[in-house]
Design a protein. Structure first.
Length: 394
């Protein structure tokens, strides 16, 4: 039995902790927030991704496909609301059809159940959608991810572990045959540490003596909710064909597990690591982002789509126009503000996005440095991989 400290009470950290506790390790989870799943996990669209979009053979592709199965099974075993509702990826004009075909080919390469459908067939699934063609993806689902996190906490505690909330980790130091974890309240001793620090992953790595391969840049995703009298315009999940110039999927429509319909997210650079509004500004975070050469190189390569994202952020009408390309009946008057999320995106010095899950190790330390979507879907699979990396440290 080993003593393991897990930093971070999002879904990845809790999944790792539950796996360790389940095999008999003495596990302590530490998080600075007063509750679990308060950042990326609790502010996403609740989608269980199928593995459709990701490069064949990548961690994202293999773990998302496996994760869709394991997450669905886990939720059902714990009585957590979950539905496998499928989704439509919609081409709204002829120029998007080659991209739709490429997605269909990617689905086949990743063994994702999907099929191209005609506009008439698309309307059988989503009567209010406008399209010139669509891809129907059967394995996509929705789930209550905060509910999953609460269940994982119970698993940790059932295995004899503990979850310490409201306690921030300041530094980690490998010392002798163990590791010292310094928090703002105590010094903890452990045999090893797993850090799943999300928006602060790179900073915690540096504070632990590990030079991260990339810098975390925070991208805010803003959401709206459809008004109740417009929610009937969407039955399930409706996505656009992704713009190949831009690393995000584009604004889409998602019927959540509680029956509401969320629209979004867009993607704009946040002015704080936890910057959920334009008015939330942390000068240290802004300096950190602006001082990273990768930000400027990324921006130069995405001027046009980036400008469109900012416009959507500033204008509800512009946001509604993007949605109306998918469902023409949606208007600006149908949109109600909903809580935003912030995606922790790792960007290399040369401006390239880290396009896969990224884990770095040090002496008796494992750091999850990049775990954006579909990390929630794949969290149980990421946990398996992280624990294997931890065991390999010896």
């Amino acid at each position: 039995m080993s003593r393991i400290v897990v930093v971070g009470a999002g879904i990845v950290g809790l999944a790792v902790a539950a796996r360790l506790a389940g095999r008999g390790d003495e596990v302590t989870v530490v998080d600075k927030e007063p509750d679990v799943a308060l950042h990326q996990t609790g502010r996403n669209s609740g989608v269980i991704h199928s593995g459709l979009y990701y490069a064949p053979g990548s961690f994202k592709a293999t773990m998302s496909a496996a994760g869709a199965r394991s997450m669905t099974a886990y939720a059902r075993s714990r009585g957590i609301p979950v539905q496998t509702c499928g989704k439509l990826v919609v081409a709204t004009d002829e120029r998007e059809l080659p991209g739709l075909l490429r997605l269909a080919q990617r689905a086949e390469a990743n063994s994702v159940e999907a099929r191209l459908v005609t506009p008439a067939e698309a309307r059988e699934h989503e009567p209010h959608v406008r399209s010139v063609g669509a891809l129907r993806v059967e394995a996509t689902g929705i789930v209550d991810y905060p509910g999953v996190c609460r269940a994982l906490v119970k698993d940790v505690e059932a295995g004899g572990g503990s979850v310490r909330l409201g306690e921030a980790v300041v530094a980690i130091r490998s010392a002798g045959i163990g590791v010292e974890v310094r928090t703002d309240q105590a010094d903890l001793e452990a045999d090893a540490v797993v850090a799943c620090a999300g928006l602060h992953a790179d900073r915690l790595a540096r504070a632990s003596g590990i030079e991260p391969e990339a810098r975390i840049l925070p991208f805010r995703g803003e959401y709206f909710e459809l008004a109740p009298d417009a929610a009937g315009l969407v039955r399930g999940l409706v996505y656009p064909v992704p713009d190949p110039r831009f690393p995000f999927l584009g604004v889409h429509l998602t019927r959540m597990i509680d029956g509401t319909v969320h629209a979004g997210p867009n993607a704009v650079l946040a002015l704080a690591r936890e910057g959920y509004t334009w008015s939330t500004v942390r000068l240290h975070d802004v300096r950190d982002a602006l001082g990273w050469p990768g930000l400027w190189r990324l921006a130069r390569g995405n001027v046009v789509p980036g400008a469109a994202e900012v416009l959507r952020s500033m204008s509800t009408r512009a946001f509604a126009r993007s949605l109306a390309r998918l469902v023409p009946a949606i208007t600006a008057g149908d949109l109600r503000p909903a809580p935003a999320g912030v995606r922790a995106q790792a960007v290399r010095r040369d401006g390239t996005l880290v396009d896969d899950f990224l884990v770095q190790t040090g002496p008796r330390q494992v750091h999850v440095l990049n775990a954006p979507s579909p990390a929630a879907t794949a969290s149980l699979e990421i946990a398996r991989h992280v624990v294997d990396r931890l065991d390999a440290l010896g």
